[in-house]
Structures are given as structure tokens and as C-alpha cells.
Ligand binder design. Structure first.
Ligand code: BYC
Length: 325
């Protein structure tokens, strides 16, 4: 189906149908799975929702790394619940993608074959407990900034999945901020860990919003179709404006010597991330790309017997004689 979907992009959509579709989008209507949609719209949604689902699943790995080493029973229980939430988010999103005619297995196979991506942020390691605070505060904070507008996205199942996901993400962000607050007001060594985590996660978090608008391939069309509601740079700016005062409250320093308030634009001026690093991570050359994909491959292989068992059971049910009335 993934291959079929990519091939179908080449087929021309009827211009009248396209115009009527665009009018529905412009009027703020939701598009539902069984309704007509341009192939490009379907393909873009499968790419974005699939990538988002993969990110939620792969995103469990850097945090799962700390479940056994959380500093207290309470922190362990909270982190466990958060990581489970991420698994749930992945499943809602795979279900939303399935309504577009692609199965979860096909999406996973595309990921493992290197044909689909997941968020660049999860290719960075979580080296200390403060990193778990930084992930919740910054990574979930960036995710919320991106996902709150997506609650109004034009595709019904995606928009509805986002409503639930955003509620849970805001709890995640608060738990991360709470870890950072505890560390930043703790011992000298803890404050140092908190600052170090901010130093390492700041620019990778800014990269989560995607390349600068000038280099964004999909933004213009996705915004026309209301698959995206904002450009990458707009959301990055909002994130910086929201996060800098939080860092100040924590007594931490954002690792950007050029960061300053710009009264004229009503926002901060800030340094761009290293875009060469971003594109290297996308190509598979980040610090943890190999490890993350190997973990997904192992989970996929280890789960084969469950998938086979379910298929065998379904086939048996299907071929069982229908009971006489
Ligand atoms: N990482 O034309 P552009 C979470 C790719 S989960 C990797 O601007 P688009 C969480 C992009 O795919 C967070 N790749 O693309 C989970 C495209 O390549 P392809 C995930 C990236 O789609 C667990 C190329 O670069 N959130 O928060 O218009 C625990 C050109 O970019 C990235 C979502 O997925 C990246 N950062 O805009 C904690 C939200 N950025 O596909 C937290 C939904 C860009 O042509 N997704 N690329 O090969 C979106 O809003 C959009 O897809 C993006 C990118 C803003 C990410």
C-alpha cells in the first residue's frame, strides 16, 4: 500500500473536484476518511501522521532508558505513566493513518526500510536524570506548540487524535518542568546537571519544528490544505518566546549569546540551530540513529510470533463453518 500510495501521486486529480475540495477546506469543513480527497492530500497526511506516530513510539526509548534509574518511586511511577502515554499516542496516530488506507505494519516496515522518518530529537541520548526533565520541559513543550494548532487540522481523525494527545502532553510538559525546577533549586551538582541538559537539548528542540521556512518543502501546500496550520519558523519563534522566561524562572541560561528581546517584533531574536547537523541527523548520522532503529527492528522481530498468532487465529475464525440456526 505504501508503494501504491507513492505511485498514485503521479495520477492527475480532476480540477473541478480539486476546486470543490479546496472550497471545503477554506470553509473550515473536516475531511473524513471515506470522502474524496486529492492523492497528494492523502499522501501528505500518511507521511506526516505516520512520521508523527513513529516519533511517539521511538520517543519512548530515550525516556524508557531512565525508568529503572528514576531517583524515587514517585518519579518512577510518573515516568512510567508518561512513557505509556506516548505508546498510546503512537497507537491513536497509527489508527488515524489506517483510515487513509495504509496499515500499521506497512508503516512500520517503511520506517525500518528507511523510507519514513521520525523526529530528529529522538536521535540524541539522555545522559543524566536532568535530561528527562529537559525532554519533558523542552521536547514535550515543543510538541505542544506544534500540536495544539493541529487540533484544528482539516483531516477529522487526525484532528480528533490531537485533542486527546494535547491534553496528555501538557501533563508531560509540567512533569518535565517540575524535574528541572527540583534540579535547578537543588545542590550545586544538580544545578550543573540541569544547565548541562538545557545546553544539550536547546538546539535539538528548536530543530523539532523542521527546517527554516525557506527550506521547508511541504509547508506551503500543507498550509493550503490545513494539514499544517503554521509555518515551521512561526512555531519555533512562539516556542522560544514561551520558553525563555521559563528558563529565567529556573535560573538557567539559554545557550545562545545572541538571544535578546526585540521590542519591535514583540519576540526574541535568537540563533538558528546548526542546520547541517539537522540534515545529518535526518540522513541517519545522528548520535543514536543506529541504536534507535535497531531497537525498533528488535521489537518488530520479537513481536512476529504475536502477529503470526493473531493472523492464524483470524484465518481459523474466517474458515470455521457457520453454526446452523
Ligand atoms: N525530524 O517540508 P518540511 C513528540 C523532514 S513526537 C525529522 O518542513 P513538514 C514526543 C520532513 O519530514 C513529535 N524530519 O516538512 C514523543 C521532510 O522530509 P520528507 C513529532 C523532519 O512535514 C514522545 C523534510 O524534513 N511531532 O513530541 O511540512 C515523547 C522537509 O521538512 C523534521 C510531529 O510529528 C524533524 N524534526 O514539516 C515526547 C508533529 N522536520 O518527509 C515527545 C507533526 C522536518 O519529505 N508533524 N523533517 O522526507 C509536523 O508538524 C511536520 O511534519 C513537521 C515538518 C513540522 C515536523
Amino acid at each position: 500500500m505504501y508503494a501504491q500510495m507513492v505511485k498514485s501521486e503521479a495520477t492527475q486529480d480532476d480540477p473541478e473536484k480539486l476546486a470543490a475540495f479546496q472550497a471545503r477546506i477554506d470553509a473550515g469543513e473536516k475531511i473524513e476518511p471515506k470522502e474524496w480527497m486529492p492523492e497528494g492530500y492523502r499522501k501528505t497526511l500518511i507521511r506526516q501522521i505516520g512520521q508523527h506516530a513513529h516519533s511517539e513510539i521511538v520517543g519512548q526509548l530515550p525516556e524508557g532508558n531512565w525508568i529503572t534509574r528514576a531517583p524515587s518511586l514517585e518519579r518512577k511511577a510518573i515516568l512510567l505513566a508518561k512513557v505509556q502515554d506516548e505508546a498510546g499516542h503512537g497507537l491513536y496516530l497509527y489508527c488515524a493513518a489506517e483510515t487513509l488506507g495504509v496499515s500499521r505494519d506497512e508503516l512500520t516496515e517503511a520506517l525500518l526500510a528507511g523510507k519514513m522518518k521520525y523526529s530528529s530529537i529522538f536521535n540524541y541520548p539522555t545522559l543524566t536524570w536532568a535530561d528527562i526533565g529537559a525532554v519533558g520541559w523542552l521536547v514535550d513543550g515543543a510538541a505542544i506548540m506544534n500540536q495544539v494548532p493541529l487540533q484544528r487540522t482539516s483531516f477529522g481523525p487526525y484532528s480528533r487524535a490531537m485533542i486527546r494527545i494535547c491534553k496528555e502532553e501538557s501533563f508531560h510538559q509540567r512533569q518535565g518542568f517540575d524535574i528541572m525546577r527540583k534540579m535547578a533549586t537543588g545542590t550545586k551538582a544538580q544545578r550543573h546537571m540541569a544547565q548541562d541538559a538545557l545546553n544539550r537539548f536547546w538546539y535539538p528542540s528548536l530543530m523539532m519544528f523542521g527546517p527554516s521556512d525557506a527550506d521547508s518543502v511541504h509547508s506551503a501546500q500543507s498550509i493550503r490544505w490545513k494539514i499544517k496550520m503554521n509555518t515551521n519558523d512561526e512555531l519555533r519563534q512562539k516556542f522560544v518566546d514561551q520558553t525563555v522566561p521559563q528558563a529565567e524562572y529556573l535560573g538557567l541560561t539559554v545557550p545562545d549569546p545572541d538571544l535578546r528581546w526585540n521590542a519591535d517584533k514583540g519576540g526574541y531574536d535568537f540563533s538558528e540551530p546548526d542546520w547541517d547537523e539537522f540534515f545529518e541527523v535526518l540522513k541517519g548520522n545522528g548520535p543514536c540513529n543506529t541504536e534507535r532503529l535497531a531497537a525498533r527492528q528488535k521489537a518488530w522481530d520479537d513481536g512476529a510470533w504475536v502477529r503470526d498468532g493473531l493472523m492464524a487465529h483470524a484465518a481459523k475464525q474466517h474458515s470455521a463453518p457457520v453454526a446452523a440456526e
